[in-house]
Every structure is written in C-alpha cells, then in structure tokens.
Design a protein around this ligand. Structure first.
Ligand code: PEP
Ligand code: MG
Length: 567
C-alpha cells in the first residue's frame, strides 16, 4: 500500500507504525446503571493510583527536564482536590445528580483547572497539566489508550491525523523515527517543529491515520511517500540515508555560493536553549526570533523583567552577530489571551501580528523597551522587525516606535502581498525586510496554511509567490538607490530550509537565509555548488514556470546534487 503526501523533512527510514491515540472525549452525563457510588469511588481511587504509578515508572526511565515534568504530573494524578473532588461528585445529592466515575473525574478536573486559572500567574499555567492528568485518569477508567505520544521503548514511526502543538513539543527524536500525518500542511506549526527536530516527516497524506499499529513502513520524507511492506530497495535506501546523514551533519559557519558570493545563513529560534543549539550548529546569527512562542501558554502579558530575561537568553549566544527579533506575532493559530480575540470569524485575516497594536496599545511599546534593555546588556547586533505589516504607513510607524525605543535597525516582515507589491515604499520607510514565505504563500494563494486539502496551493514554489519575492527584492533595490542606504532583504520562511528553493531565493536577490538549524548543512552544501549567475538563471527558470510542480522539477533537474544526497 502506498500513501502520498507533502514531504516536509528529508530522510528515508523503515520502522513500525504507532498511531497517536484519539483525544479523550467528554464522558456522557449521568450514572452507570446499577453501579453503586462506593464502587465508582473505588474505581476512581484505583485509576488515579494506576496513572500515578505509570507516570512514576516513566519518570524513573527518563532524564533531565522530562523526568521533572513526569514526576510533577505523577504527583498531580493523586492530587486530593482532583480525586476527593471527583468522589464527592458521585453523591446523588450533589447538583446534577449521580454520575459515572469518568464523568465525576471530568467535572472535578474542570473545577480544579478553573480555580488555578483564577489564581493567575504560575498557578494558571498548571491548569493545562491538570486537564492532561484528568484525560489520563478518564482514559484509564474507560480502558482507552493513554493520551499523548505513545510510550514505546522501541523506535517507531508516529502516525496521526495531526498533532497539537503540546504533543509535538514532547516528541522525542531519539524514539520517533519519522512523523506522518493525514492532516496539516507543509507550513503548519507541526511541520515547522518536525523540521526543527530534523525528523523525517510527511504531512497531508490521506489514509495514514488508518495504518494498523505495528505495521512496518518505509517513509521517504523528501518525496512525501509512505509504503507498507518495504522491500530490499526501500531497506537499501534507508540504510544509504543513515550512512550519508553523517556527511551532511556539519555546517562550517559561512554560507556562500561557488563563486564566493556571501549568503549568510542564520537560524530561526524561539528560546535561549534553541539559540544555544543554533550557535553550536554554526548559524551566523539569528534571522527570526519568534518571541510569541515563549509566551503562548501565558494568560497575561509577561512582565518587563521576564521579557528582558527571555530576549537576553538568546542575545547572549551571538556576541557581535546579528539577531533579528520579531515583536509578538499573536493571532490565528498562535492566540495570546492578552492580545487576541479568539471569537474572530476569520482570525488569519483578523487583528493579528502588528495589527494588535491598534486594538491593544501599549504591549508593543513595552516589548520594544524590554528588547532595548536586553540589547544594551549584550553584545549581539540586535535588529527588530514587526510581523504582518501591510502598508508603508505601518512600516514607517513601526520604525519610528523602534527608533524612539533606542533600537537603531528596524524592519518589517513581508508576508502580505500588499507589502511585497509596495516594497519600494515600505523599504523607504524601514531599514530592512524579511520575507515570511509561509504567510506570504497562504495570503497569495488564499489558502489556510493549516489545511491539508490546500497543501498543494500552500507551496512556496508557486510561481505567484516567487514573483512577489522578486517584487520585494526589486523594490528594496529601488529604495536603496533612492535613499543611498542598503536595504537588505532576507528570507525567514520555511522555504529557506529547502536546499533547491534556497538556490532560487539567492538568485532572486535574497541577502540572507534563515532556517531551522538542522537545515543549515544541507542548504550550505547545495548553495556552495552554484555561482550567482547560475542561481539567477535557475531563479528565472522558476519564475517562468507555469506551475509550482514545473518550477520545482525544472530547478531540481538542474541540481543533480539533490538526488545524490537524497534531499
Ligand atoms: C512566515 O510567515 O513565513 C514566518 C516566518 O512567520 P510564522 O511562520 O511565524 O508565521
Ligand atoms: Mg508569518
């Protein structure tokens, strides 16, 4: 059986499938016929103990941060507020009448989570943990598999419809060989995280959610193909990939084309730990610091000191190197309760990114002040940019705010077609631009980047998107000539991590490319095989192609190194 989807991360592996369990559903109201309250109470106590013992055993086998998290979760599974609260609810005299053990645990967990949320701050952040424990106890009670990434000692290929951000964050690349999903798109956050982990991944592959557990499959992450019953050819391809992975493991820290033309290769990061890993991987700086990721689970705006600390934790790893920090990009799939309205009918077209400054003024100014203070305390060369800028007026206003805050280099992301088409004016107002090709693709093609059925539209190889990249670099050249100041245009969308597209972007005039650190060696390797005139020729060929598939094939056919490396 063959399954075809969109390849997200290159890699060829063979392994057994384990399905992601379905999320635990809200149990029906009402009691279990014939069950006594005492018997139900006993079931709750036993389930809580079993969940606790299971988590303790996993903690004992885990190391580092994971161990601490599992121990804390195990304690929570026996929390009297949760367990005794559930037992109390079994009394037929409580409002709502008698309940099943499952239903009582569900309601008790909701009440505890609500209390924690009301306390705010650190306690509010534990609400999600209580709901996780609640789901585990309900699964135990109903004989369903425990929620979350399956816990298997042997490496496996994880199959799912799609993963929630919290699940993806607990993926252990030491045990998960590859990720295959029937949902998601190549620019969804699941895909971004898979790339960051260097995990071979295929998304939008219909049918993979029905492959039975234990079935052996072959996954080709570059080709976007999954096959059951792998034969000798597939096993040999996987072995060859494993042997070659070492050759592509390192980046020497200098991005350049074959003729020496410099294309600094930077990293996309969200935290200090990721910045440390990026520096260790040879990144020449940070091209995108996504600040919202550090605050996604926060119900309230982080304090000035918290922000200074979070940004400084990234700056410290890049002394005398460029760090491009992006102000909060909240909204759509990254809601922040203190900035965004989750009831918007169409959040991708809503008050998100830079636009939140009009609905919730003050957060941006306070963030710029925190960035300036963190920048002053470190030696990194800090550039700041705003997400989702649509007009030259917005660019000018943001640049003025940033300059007033003491940040001399202020730019904008180009991820809305209007900004690309008016780039000459946008860049007359701003010091630099960074192309966010993930959003630029979704807005150019009018295709939600999270929707699997639209994955083919959501492809940065779409010639329309490439024309907008060119409009941006042309506009920047115009603004540079008019103002007498260079106007660099980098790329920080996922397209920069595709070695073939990286060549096209260089040919279109991108001055830097920023990507997950895992992609640095492959991108550097391929860039070093072409001269600037060759990259420009490939870019022209891609622009002239009628379709995304033609653009990709035309360029790939002229870069045989890609197939040699399995990229
Ligand atoms: C983009 O849109 O390309 C981008 C880099 O921003 P994000 O993926 O965080 O929306
Ligand atoms: Mg974006």
């Amino acid at each position: 059986q063959q399954f075809h989807g969109v390849g997200v991360t290159a890699g060829r592996v063979v392994g057994p499938v384990l399905q992601m369990p379905a999320p635990v559903r809200e149990p029906a109201a009402g009691p279990v016929p014939g069950a006594s309250a005492e018997a139900e109470a006993e079931r709750i106590r036993a389930a809580s103990k079993a969940v606790q013992a299971g988590l303790r055993a996993r903690a004992a086998a885990a190391a580092g941060d994971a161990r601490g998290v599992l121990e804390a979760t195990a304690l929570m599974a026996a929390d009297p507020m949760l367990v005794k609260g559930a037992v109390k609810l079994l009394d037929p005299g409580t409002p709502g009448g008698a309940r099943s053990a499952e239903r009582a645990v569900w309601e008790s967990g909701a009440a505890v989570a609500e209390k924690l949320r009301a306390l705010g701050g650190y306690m509010a952040e534990r609400a999600a943990d209580v709901l996780d424990v609640r789901a585990r106890i309900v699964a135990e009670l109903s004989g369903a598999p425990a929620p979350g990434i399956p816990d298997s000692p042997a490496p496996f290929v994880l199959a799912a419809h799609d993963l929630a951000p919290a699940d993806t964050a607990t993926l252990d690349p030491g045990r998960v060989l590859a990720l295959v999903t029937s949902g998601g798109g190549p620019q969804s956050h699941t895909a971004i995280l898979a790339r960051a982990l260097g995990l071979p991944a295929v998304v939008a592959a219909p049918g993979v959610q029905d492959i039975p557990d234990g079935t052996e499959v072959y996954v080709d992450g570059a080709a976007g193909r999954i096959a059951t019953d792998p034969g000798d050819t597939e096993r040999a391809a996987a072995a060859a990939w494993a042997a070659r992975a070492g050759a592509l493991a390192a980046f020497d820290g200098t991005g350049r084309l074959a003729d020496g033309h410099r294309i600094p290769l930077l990293a996309n990061v969200a935290t200090g730990a990721e910045a440390a890993a990026a520096a260790a991987a040879g990144a020449e700086g940070v091209g995108l610091l996504r600040t919202e990721f550090a605050f996604l689970d926060r119900p309230t705006e982080p304090t000035h000191d918290e922000q200074v600390k979070a940004y400084g934790a990234v700056f410290e790893h890049f002394p005398h190197k460029k760090v491009v920090i992006r102000t909060l990009d909240a909204g759509a799939d990254k809601p922040l309760p203190f900035l965004t309205d989750t009831d918007e009918p169409n959040p991708a077209l809503g008050v998100r990114g830079y636009r939140t400054d009009t609905a919730t003024p003050g957060v941006l100014a306070r963030q710029l002040a925190a960035i300036a203070e963190a920048a002053a305390a470190h030696h990194a060369e800090v550039w700041v940019m705003a997400p989702m800028v649509s007009t030259p007026e917005e660019a000018a206003r943001f640049a003025a705010l940033a300059h007033d805050a003491g940040l001399p280099t202020a730019g904008v992301m180009v991820e809305v077609p209007s900004a690309a088409l008016t780039a000459a004016h946008v860049l007359a107002a701003a010091d630099f631009a960074s192309l966010g090709t993930n959003d630029l693709t979704q807005y150019t093609m009018a295709a939600d980047r999270l929707l699997a059925p639209l994955a083919a539209l959501n492809d940065p190889w779409q010639p329309a998107v490439l024309h907008l990249v060119k409009a941006t670099t042309d506009g920047a050249a115009h603004a540079a000539a008019r103002t007498g100041t260079p106007k660099p245009v980098g790329v920080c969308g996922e397209s920069a991590a595709d070695p073939a597209l990286a060549v096209v972007l260089a040919g279109l005039g991108a001055t830097t490319l920023s990507m997950t650190p895992r992609a640095l060696p492959a991108v550097a390797h391929v860039l070093a095989t072409v001269t600037l005139p060759q990259a420009q020729e490939l870019a022209a060929a891609a622009l002239a192609a009628p379709t995304a598939a033609d653009a990709r094939t035309t360029v790939r056919d002229r870069l045989p190194i890609l197939d040699q490396l399995g990229l």
